[in-house]
Design a protein around this ligand. Sequence first.
Ligand SMILES: Nc1ncnc2c1ncn2[C@@H]1O[C@H](COP(=O)(O)OP(=O)(O)OP(=O)(O)O)[C@@H](O)[C@H]1O
Length: 307
Amino acid sequence: MITAQGLTKRYGAKLAVDHVDFQVRPGIVTGFLGPNGAGKSTTMRMILGLDRPTAGSVKVNGRDYRDLSAPLREVGALIDAKAVHGGRSAYNHLLCLAQSNAIPRRRVDEVLGLVGLGEVAKKASKGFSLGMGQRLGIAGALLGDPGVLMFDEPVNGLDPEGILWIRNLMKGLAAEGRTVFVSSHLMSEMALSAEHLVVIGRGRILSDTGVQEFIDANSDQYVIVRTPQPDVLGPRLVNRGMSVEVQPDGAFLVKGGDARTIGDTAGEAGVRLHELSPVQASLEEAFMHLTGDSVEYHAGVPMGGGL
Ligand SMILES: Nc1ncnc2c1ncn2[C@@H]1O[C@H](COP(=O)(O)OP(=O)(O)OP(=O)(O)O)[C@@H](O)[C@H]1O
């Protein structure tokens, strides 16, 4: 369990994390979602005691990270996959970590097997691909068999196979009852790996909810309708409380009613339909809709909004 209360970090004039409250529960994957510069890494660094909060607190299993007697046995983290001495082999890197945390040597072989690096364990890690580096970072996080795991943007730069592997690994760790907290700026990735979402923008929590609830609450749903009898159908839909926007090509964009209600309304009026397509705005659109005002640097393109 991770608990943040009034957690705040200021760098000079910049408020990177602004009075944030949230809980990360065991047994599920919790996604920490936010655009670049939202404050995700800063929050994770504070959880790990790498940065001191300006105000407030964040606790792991009820204690400050710095007060944990065997931190690697309680929290494992993948924060910067490149933070490995390149000349060292994967095995020696992990052995060093294990020895400084009183973890038995056999656990090194175990985690190397778990992440699929057994065969290259004795090679210098500077020759590792990005994906192998991520696996080594994850092996380090798993070394102490901790109940809490944190991954900062773990799928960045990985190929589809690597992404799938990390996704399944995180789900498996959560299914074992562990607390799994993973940051990403990709809503679509979070939708596939997380059950719960904490969304952050400009240092503030914008949403703390289940993934499906998030999508339902933030995405626009509408139905595209084509009919050769628009003058008959349009007023009937409006009479039933729906809104109808006529598109340049003559199609209706209907909100406030589902395909079944629209189809029934048309049927009752004897109106022929040429198209009846429910549309749900994409997850990225839902995310951008929520964080649109919170992105630090816009690229100058219009955000989301669907049709
Ligand atoms: N050491 C620092 N000194 C000054 N400002 C910092 C420092 N670290 C982070 N910031 C600023 O704090 C804000 C939050 O940064 P942070 O790295 O936590 O965001 P993030 O959500 O992890 O973004 P990204 O996905 O780009 O890593 C940004 O505006 C960043 O520029």
